[in-house]
Design a protein around this ligand. Structure first.
Ligand code: NDP
Length: 262
Protein backbone atom coordinates (compact mmCIF):
# COMPACT_ATOMS: atom_id res chain seq x y z
CA UNK A 1 0.00 0.00 0.00
CA UNK A 2 1.18 3.51 -0.82
CA UNK A 3 1.38 5.67 2.30
CA UNK A 4 1.28 8.75 0.05
CA UNK A 5 4.27 10.22 1.86
CA UNK A 6 6.50 10.63 -1.17
CA UNK A 7 7.51 14.28 -1.56
CA UNK A 8 6.07 15.27 1.81
CA UNK A 9 8.35 16.81 4.46
CA UNK A 10 8.52 15.52 8.02
CA UNK A 11 10.60 16.56 11.04
CA UNK A 12 11.65 13.76 13.41
CA UNK A 13 13.23 14.91 16.67
CA UNK A 14 15.70 12.69 18.52
CA UNK A 15 16.57 10.69 15.42
CA UNK A 16 20.15 9.57 16.10
CA UNK A 17 19.02 6.35 17.74
CA UNK A 18 16.15 4.02 18.52
CA UNK A 19 12.58 4.93 17.58
CA UNK A 20 13.45 8.28 15.97
CA UNK A 21 16.13 6.74 13.77
CA UNK A 22 13.86 3.86 12.69
CA UNK A 23 11.08 6.35 11.90
CA UNK A 24 13.34 8.64 9.87
CA UNK A 25 14.65 5.68 7.88
CA UNK A 26 11.15 4.36 7.20
CA UNK A 27 10.05 7.81 6.02
CA UNK A 28 13.06 8.07 3.70
CA UNK A 29 12.21 4.63 2.30
CA UNK A 30 8.69 5.94 1.62
CA UNK A 31 10.12 8.82 -0.42
CA UNK A 32 9.57 11.60 2.13
CA UNK A 33 11.90 14.53 2.77
CA UNK A 34 13.08 14.19 6.36
CA UNK A 35 14.55 16.64 8.85
CA UNK A 36 16.28 15.04 11.82
CA UNK A 37 17.84 16.47 14.95
CA UNK A 38 19.61 15.46 18.16
CA UNK A 39 21.99 17.21 20.55
CA UNK A 40 25.06 15.12 19.67
CA UNK A 41 25.79 16.03 16.05
CA UNK A 42 28.49 13.40 15.56
CA UNK A 43 26.20 10.57 16.64
CA UNK A 44 23.44 11.96 14.42
CA UNK A 45 25.76 12.10 11.41
CA UNK A 46 27.05 8.58 12.09
CA UNK A 47 23.52 7.20 12.13
CA UNK A 48 22.95 7.96 8.44
CA UNK A 49 26.36 7.33 6.84
CA UNK A 50 25.12 4.27 4.92
CA UNK A 51 22.43 6.19 2.99
CA UNK A 52 22.62 6.31 -0.79
CA UNK A 53 22.94 9.62 -2.64
CA UNK A 54 19.26 9.92 -3.56
CA UNK A 55 18.01 9.35 0.01
CA UNK A 56 20.74 11.66 1.34
CA UNK A 57 19.42 14.44 -0.91
CA UNK A 58 16.10 14.16 0.97
CA UNK A 59 17.66 14.32 4.45
CA UNK A 60 18.44 17.43 6.51
CA UNK A 61 20.51 16.78 9.67
CA UNK A 62 20.84 19.43 12.36
CA UNK A 63 22.26 19.54 15.87
CA UNK A 64 19.44 20.91 17.98
CA UNK A 65 18.19 20.68 21.56
CA UNK A 66 14.38 20.60 21.42
CA UNK A 67 14.29 22.56 24.69
CA UNK A 68 15.80 25.56 22.87
CA UNK A 69 12.91 27.32 21.13
CA UNK A 70 15.26 29.51 19.08
CA UNK A 71 17.21 26.51 17.80
CA UNK A 72 13.97 24.68 16.94
CA UNK A 73 12.84 27.75 14.99
CA UNK A 74 16.10 27.71 13.01
CA UNK A 75 15.66 24.00 12.37
CA UNK A 76 12.20 24.57 10.88
CA UNK A 77 13.50 27.50 8.82
CA UNK A 78 16.24 25.24 7.47
CA UNK A 79 13.74 22.52 6.62
CA UNK A 80 11.46 24.96 4.80
CA UNK A 81 14.44 26.47 2.96
CA UNK A 82 15.53 23.03 1.78
CA UNK A 83 12.19 21.40 0.97
CA UNK A 84 9.63 24.21 0.79
CA UNK A 85 7.40 23.41 3.76
CA UNK A 86 6.57 21.07 6.64
CA UNK A 87 3.81 18.46 6.42
CA UNK A 88 4.48 16.48 9.58
CA UNK A 89 6.26 16.51 12.94
CA UNK A 90 7.25 13.53 15.06
CA UNK A 91 7.96 14.68 18.62
CA UNK A 92 10.17 11.78 19.64
CA UNK A 93 13.19 13.29 21.47
CA UNK A 94 13.29 12.41 25.12
CA UNK A 95 14.43 10.17 27.88
CA UNK A 96 13.33 9.04 31.29
CA UNK A 97 14.30 9.60 34.91
CA UNK A 98 14.39 6.52 37.12
CA UNK A 99 13.48 7.85 40.58
CA UNK A 100 10.54 7.51 42.99
CA UNK A 101 8.45 10.62 43.68
CA UNK A 102 9.85 11.74 47.04
CA UNK A 103 13.47 11.22 45.95
CA UNK A 104 12.94 13.35 42.85
CA UNK A 105 14.16 16.91 43.35
CA UNK A 106 12.02 19.90 42.39
CA UNK A 107 14.48 20.68 39.62
CA UNK A 108 14.14 17.15 38.23
CA UNK A 109 10.34 17.42 38.28
CA UNK A 110 10.55 20.67 36.32
CA UNK A 111 13.14 19.21 33.90
CA UNK A 112 10.89 16.26 33.09
CA UNK A 113 7.95 18.58 32.44
CA UNK A 114 10.11 20.79 30.24
CA UNK A 115 11.36 17.82 28.27
CA UNK A 116 7.97 16.21 27.70
CA UNK A 117 5.74 19.28 27.36
CA UNK A 118 7.68 22.41 26.38
CA UNK A 119 9.73 20.62 23.74
CA UNK A 120 6.51 19.63 21.96
CA UNK A 121 5.18 23.18 22.16
CA UNK A 122 8.49 24.41 20.72
CA UNK A 123 8.25 22.27 17.58
CA UNK A 124 4.50 22.72 17.07
CA UNK A 125 4.71 26.51 17.47
CA UNK A 126 7.63 26.76 15.04
CA UNK A 127 6.11 24.41 12.44
CA UNK A 128 2.50 25.61 12.71
CA UNK A 129 2.52 28.24 9.92
CA UNK A 130 3.72 25.53 7.55
CA UNK A 131 1.48 22.78 8.90
CA UNK A 132 -1.49 25.09 8.37
CA UNK A 133 -0.53 25.53 4.73
CA UNK A 134 -0.01 21.81 4.19
CA UNK A 135 -2.72 19.48 3.03
CA UNK A 136 -3.22 16.62 5.51
CA UNK A 137 -0.69 17.80 8.10
CA UNK A 138 0.01 15.43 10.97
CA UNK A 139 1.77 15.66 14.35
CA UNK A 140 2.69 12.47 16.20
CA UNK A 141 3.75 12.67 19.84
CA UNK A 142 5.83 9.71 20.96
CA UNK A 143 4.70 9.04 24.50
CA UNK A 144 4.68 6.17 26.99
CA UNK A 145 2.11 3.81 28.48
CA UNK A 146 3.39 5.35 31.73
CA UNK A 147 1.13 8.30 30.91
CA UNK A 148 -1.89 6.23 31.92
CA UNK A 149 -0.17 3.53 33.97
CA UNK A 150 2.41 5.31 36.16
CA UNK A 151 5.31 3.51 37.79
CA UNK A 152 6.62 4.57 41.21
CA UNK A 153 10.25 4.22 40.07
CA UNK A 154 9.56 6.57 37.13
CA UNK A 155 7.39 9.08 38.99
CA UNK A 156 8.26 12.38 37.33
CA UNK A 157 8.55 10.78 33.89
CA UNK A 158 5.09 9.20 34.32
CA UNK A 159 3.53 12.49 35.41
CA UNK A 160 5.16 14.43 32.58
CA UNK A 161 3.93 11.81 30.12
CA UNK A 162 0.40 12.21 31.48
CA UNK A 163 0.71 15.96 30.92
CA UNK A 164 1.85 15.37 27.35
CA UNK A 165 -1.07 13.04 26.67
CA UNK A 166 -3.43 15.69 28.01
CA UNK A 167 -1.73 18.39 25.92
CA UNK A 168 -2.00 16.19 22.82
CA UNK A 169 -5.79 16.11 23.18
CA UNK A 170 -5.92 19.91 23.57
CA UNK A 171 -3.70 20.39 20.52
CA UNK A 172 -5.80 17.96 18.49
CA UNK A 173 -8.91 19.97 19.34
CA UNK A 174 -7.28 23.37 18.84
CA UNK A 175 -5.69 22.50 15.50
CA UNK A 176 -8.57 20.54 13.99
CA UNK A 177 -9.92 23.77 12.51
CA UNK A 178 -6.63 24.06 10.59
CA UNK A 179 -6.92 20.41 9.44
CA UNK A 180 -3.76 19.57 11.43
CA UNK A 181 -4.15 16.14 13.04
CA UNK A 182 -2.45 15.38 16.38
CA UNK A 183 -2.08 11.83 17.70
CA UNK A 184 -0.08 9.94 20.34
CA UNK A 185 1.82 6.68 20.20
CA UNK A 186 2.36 5.29 23.69
CA UNK A 187 5.28 2.90 24.07
CA UNK A 188 5.84 0.02 26.42
CA UNK A 189 9.37 -1.42 26.61
CA UNK A 190 11.22 -0.99 23.33
CA UNK A 191 14.75 -2.28 22.70
CA UNK A 192 16.71 0.94 22.08
CA UNK A 193 19.66 2.84 23.48
CA UNK A 194 17.75 3.62 26.69
CA UNK A 195 17.57 -0.07 27.60
CA UNK A 196 21.10 -0.88 26.40
CA UNK A 197 22.35 1.84 28.77
CA UNK A 198 20.27 0.49 31.67
CA UNK A 199 21.54 -3.03 30.99
CA UNK A 200 25.16 -1.83 31.00
CA UNK A 201 24.72 -0.12 34.38
CA UNK A 202 22.65 -2.96 35.88
CA UNK A 203 25.65 -5.22 36.53
CA UNK A 204 23.50 -8.17 35.46
CA UNK A 205 25.40 -11.44 34.82
CA UNK A 206 22.83 -12.32 32.08
CA UNK A 207 23.33 -11.40 28.43
CA UNK A 208 21.13 -8.60 27.04
CA UNK A 209 18.57 -10.98 25.48
CA UNK A 210 18.08 -12.93 28.72
CA UNK A 211 17.99 -9.70 30.74
CA UNK A 212 15.19 -8.24 28.57
CA UNK A 213 13.28 -11.57 28.62
CA UNK A 214 13.41 -11.55 32.43
CA UNK A 215 12.21 -7.94 32.49
CA UNK A 216 9.40 -8.71 30.05
CA UNK A 217 8.20 -11.49 32.34
CA UNK A 218 8.55 -9.28 35.43
CA UNK A 219 6.51 -6.46 33.82
CA UNK A 220 3.85 -8.87 32.52
CA UNK A 221 4.26 -8.06 28.82
CA UNK A 222 1.64 -10.26 27.16
CA UNK A 223 3.78 -10.91 24.06
CA UNK A 224 6.69 -11.89 26.35
CA UNK A 225 9.36 -9.66 24.80
CA UNK A 226 10.54 -6.10 24.25
CA UNK A 227 9.40 -4.33 21.08
CA UNK A 228 11.73 -3.34 18.25
CA UNK A 229 12.15 0.25 17.05
CA UNK A 230 10.71 -0.68 13.62
CA UNK A 231 7.58 -1.98 15.32
CA UNK A 232 7.03 1.54 16.66
CA UNK A 233 8.09 3.32 13.46
CA UNK A 234 5.35 1.62 11.45
CA UNK A 235 2.39 3.02 13.47
CA UNK A 236 4.06 6.44 13.56
CA UNK A 237 4.45 6.45 9.78
CA UNK A 238 0.84 5.26 9.41
CA UNK A 239 -0.40 8.20 11.47
CA UNK A 240 1.69 10.58 9.36
CA UNK A 241 0.12 9.23 6.19
CA UNK A 242 -2.66 11.33 4.62
CA UNK A 243 -4.54 8.02 4.44
CA UNK A 244 -5.12 8.41 8.23
CA UNK A 245 -7.12 11.55 7.43
CA UNK A 246 -9.93 10.92 9.95
CA UNK A 247 -7.67 10.02 12.89
CA UNK A 248 -6.98 12.83 15.34
CA UNK A 249 -6.84 13.04 19.13
CA UNK A 250 -6.16 9.30 19.17
CA UNK A 251 -3.78 7.34 21.39
CA UNK A 252 -2.26 4.14 20.07
CA UNK A 253 -0.49 1.82 22.53
CA UNK A 254 2.55 -0.04 21.20
CA UNK A 255 3.43 -2.12 24.21
CA UNK A 256 2.98 -5.79 23.37
CA UNK A 257 0.06 -5.97 25.81
CA UNK A 258 1.81 -4.46 28.86
CA UNK A 259 -1.03 -2.04 29.60
CA UNK A 260 -3.43 -3.15 32.33
CA UNK A 261 -6.15 -0.55 31.76
CA UNK A 262 -9.18 -1.14 29.51
P1 NDP B 1 16.91 6.75 22.70
O1 NDP B 1 17.49 7.06 24.04
O2 NDP B 1 17.34 5.52 21.99
O3 NDP B 1 17.13 8.01 21.74
C1 NDP B 1 16.69 9.27 22.16
C2 NDP B 1 16.96 10.24 21.04
O4 NDP B 1 16.50 11.54 21.45
C3 NDP B 1 18.43 10.38 20.73
O5 NDP B 1 18.58 10.64 19.34
C4 NDP B 1 18.84 11.60 21.55
O6 NDP B 1 20.02 12.16 21.01
C5 NDP B 1 17.60 12.46 21.36
N1 NDP B 1 17.37 13.49 22.38
C6 NDP B 1 17.23 13.32 23.72
N2 NDP B 1 17.02 14.50 24.31
C7 NDP B 1 17.01 15.43 23.33
C8 NDP B 1 16.86 16.84 23.31
N3 NDP B 1 16.67 17.55 24.43
N4 NDP B 1 16.90 17.49 22.11
C9 NDP B 1 17.08 16.79 20.97
N5 NDP B 1 17.25 15.46 20.92
C10 NDP B 1 17.22 14.80 22.09
O7 NDP B 1 15.31 6.78 22.90
P2 NDP B 1 14.18 5.74 22.43
O8 NDP B 1 14.25 5.53 20.97
O9 NDP B 1 14.19 4.59 23.35
O10 NDP B 1 12.88 6.56 22.80
C11 NDP B 1 12.26 7.45 21.93
C12 NDP B 1 11.17 8.18 22.67
O11 NDP B 1 10.24 7.22 23.21
C13 NDP B 1 11.67 8.98 23.87
O12 NDP B 1 10.91 10.15 24.02
C14 NDP B 1 11.45 8.03 25.03
O13 NDP B 1 11.35 8.69 26.26
C15 NDP B 1 10.14 7.36 24.61
N6 NDP B 1 9.92 6.07 25.23
C16 NDP B 1 10.80 5.03 25.04
C17 NDP B 1 10.59 3.80 25.64
C18 NDP B 1 11.52 2.64 25.43
O14 NDP B 1 11.28 1.57 26.03
N7 NDP B 1 12.54 2.74 24.60
C19 NDP B 1 9.43 3.59 26.50
C20 NDP B 1 8.55 4.72 26.62
C21 NDP B 1 8.81 5.91 26.00
P3 NDP B 1 20.98 13.16 21.88
O15 NDP B 1 21.16 12.51 23.20
O16 NDP B 1 22.21 13.29 21.07
O17 NDP B 1 20.22 14.45 21.97
Amino acid sequence: MDFQLSGRTVLVTGASNGVGLATARMLLAEGANVGVCARDGDRLAAAFTDLGLEARSRLLQRTCDVLDAGAVGELITGLVGEFGGVDGVVNNAGGSLMRPPLETTDEQWVDQMRLKVLSVLNTVRAALPWLRKASGASVVNVNAILARQPEVRLAATSAARAALLNLSTSLANELAVDRVRVNSVCLGLIDTGQWRRRYETSGSPSDFASWTAELAADRGIALGRFGEADEVAFPIVSLLSPRSSYVTGATLDVGGGVARYV
